[in-house]
Design a protein around this ligand. Structure first.
Ligand SMILES: [Zn+2]
Length: 274
């Protein structure tokens, strides 16, 4: 086996985020189907003529060739597969995309198989880019990745006694990720009643195929209540399992990021590839 040239591997990936490294390089966090989340070095991307730069924006799906480096692999080639450009036309969609990327980032273990999560992220980006309702896309994505990572919330059976819980009389623990019946609820701290309609929609989102879930009409008010419930749940899961306090204002930060990306896009209308 010849020892000299570094081992080069190819993988499909979605860009989660990047940070600057020195004057011209970036460290890019990628979600890959088989290696989970990996940090790689992209050299020279901040130079004007870099061919890599356009492919390394958050949310872009690409195929990369990676040369094994000492601590991190180095991107030697990148071929864009989908940049989901339509996401950048609309602030709500872009914010939602930033949020789904952020969740994937927080819930992925590095260098571990992430096939399920990768597929869910890819689907969410496709659906957002084609203009599906962002509340529907984000809620079903949240539930799917909780499932894929072993944190499936319990919406139907009481966590205390194991009996089915009636939606209109259910109690909810975001910390424990499940419902309680009123008998068991009285004995537990830190839980509160959950809106019966919200619970019914979440049950449907969890148990029905995406296309079926899409038939449920969401008023702005109901969408906001669903969002509040799921944000509290996602926050609890990420806090508990990852211990990341930085997640607290993920949505707010995602929105700020999204605005920054929009400004960039407006300042550079030709931006994108190359
Ligand atoms: Zn019970």
């Amino acid at each position: 086996m010849p020892g000299r040239p570094p081992r080069v591997t190819k993988t499909e990936a979605i860009v989660l985020r990047y940070r600057r490294l020195g004057d011209a390089d970036r460290i890019v966090s990628l979600l890959t189907p088989h290696r989970g989340k990996i940090d790689v070095v992209a050299r020279g991307v901040l130079r004007a003529r870099s061919k890599l730069a356009g492919h390394l924006e958050p949310g872009t799906r690409l195929e990369v060739a990676l040369a094994a480096g000492r601590s991190m692999d180095i991107v030697t080639q990148a071929q864009g597969l989908d940049s989901f450009g339509a996401l950048r036309d609309d602030l709500d969609r872009l914010s939602a995309a930033m949020y789904v990327l952020e969740l994937a980032d927080r819930l992925t273990v590095e260098h571990a198989d992430a096939h399920g999560l990768y597929g869910h992220l890819h689907n969410a980006l496709i659906r957002l880019a084609r203009g599906d309702g962002h509340h529907l896309v984000v809620r079903t994505y949240e539930l799917a990745i909780l499932d894929a990572t072993g944190f499936r919330p319990e919406f139907t059976v009481c966590l205390g006694c194991g009996e089915p819980v009636e939606a209109s009389r259910a109690w909810w623990s975001a910390i424990e990720g499940g419902v309680y019946c009123s008998d068991c609820a009285g004995r537990r701290p830190g839980i509160s009643p959950i809106d019966g309609t919200v619970l019914k929609v979440l049950r449907a989102y969890q148990s029905q195929p995406y296309e079926e879930a899409g038939r449920i009409r969401l008023s702005d008010d109901l969408a906001a209540r669903l969002e509040a419930t799921m944000h509290a749940l996602m926050h609890a899961v990420v806090e508990r399992e990852i211990g990341s306090a930085r997640f607290i204002s993920a949505t707010r930060r995602a929105r700020v990021n999204a605005e920054a990306v929009l400004e960039l896009a407006e300042a550079d209308p030709g931006g994108g590839d190359q």
